[in-house]
Design a protein around this ligand. Structure first.
Ligand SMILES: [Zn+2]
Ligand SMILES: [Zn+2]
Length: 267
């Protein structure tokens, strides 16, 4: 079990014990623990996509943003699912008997959006605006909300199967740095772009008519801007950014990408 799943269980148990105390003063502690439980179940879901999660997103910590990254990787990342197995009478034919392995319930993006910030509000002294307008959430309201979230989290954590990320993947070694690249191929797409997490290389993966995958390097040729040279260099799209450069193989000059503003004077 991942460390986040056990953290989520511990936070949920603490929230439930705060709620069971029936003391209004303890509600804020329950809200805090529930917020942590939501963070932990979302990071747990992200850990299932570890090999697909772009390292530049590691600093993302808000559950809403983490889930948004996951949904970009896999549009079903926050959907509940049931896993069943069966033997096909012949390849492609539906099995007569299916064995149910269990259901996975995910704390989805909608639930995160609905509850996470609301819980955050319970942790602060009411704002001046809230106090003036008298729109303060009463203890009853806070308790009901906390109990609802605790029930949902209990269901998520009771799932018999969890963190299944079934899909069809293409995997190959990066032609530049030899690191393995693994990319999910969504059912509804025949072409995806796969970036190497280790270097700047980038590839187009295309599904062929016989269900296999073809990988093509995404490069462009840029001629050396030295007027007397013009020797082409092969550049990856991700290398085209401020400060990146290449040394021309022919004239030895250094060509650097710069962001510029070109001024056109008024007529
Ligand atoms: Zn690479
Ligand atoms: Zn040159």
């Amino acid at each position: 079990m991942s460390i986040y799943r056990s953290r989520a269980r511990a936070a949920l148990a603490s929230a439930q014990s705060e709620l069971a105390s029936n003391e209004d003063q303890h509600l804020k502690y329950a809200a805090l623990e529930l917020r942590m439980a939501i963070e932990a179940v979302t990071y747990d879901r992200a850990s299932a996509y570890k090999s697909e999660f772009p390292p530049q997103e590691y600093e993302t910590w808000q559950p809403k943003k983490v889930m948004a990254v996951l949904l970009e990787i896999d549009s079903t990342a926050d959907s509940d699912s049931t896993i069943s197995l069966g033997i096909e009478p012949s390849p492609g034919e539906r099995p007569e008997v299916m064995h149910d392995l269990g259901k996975e319930v995910v704390f989805n993006l909608k639930a995160i959006k609905r509850h996470y910030d609301a819980l955050g509000n319970f942790l602060h002294v009411p704002s001046i605006k809230q106090t003036l307008s008298g729109s303060l959430p009463g203890p009853e309201k806070i308790r009901n909300r906390c109990e609802e979230i605790a029930r949902d989290l209990e269901e998520v954590l009771a799932s018999k199967v969890f963190n299944s990320t079934l899909g069809i993947f293409s995997s190959f070694d990066c032609a530049e740095c030899r690191v393995r690249i693994r990319k999910r191929m969504p059912r509804d797409k025949d072409q995806v772009i796969a970036d190497c997490f280790e270097c700047k290389a980038s590839y187009t993966i295309t599904r062929t008519s016989d269900g296999k995958f073809e990988t093509e390097t995404r490069t462009q040729e840029i001629p050396c801007p030295n007027p007397g040279c013009g020797h082409p260099a092969v550049i990856f799209p991700r290398e085209v950014s401020e400060g990146e450069y290449w040394i021309c193989e022919k004239c030895g000059g250094r060509n650097e990408f710069k962001l510029g503003i070109l001024h056109h004077p008024a007529n």
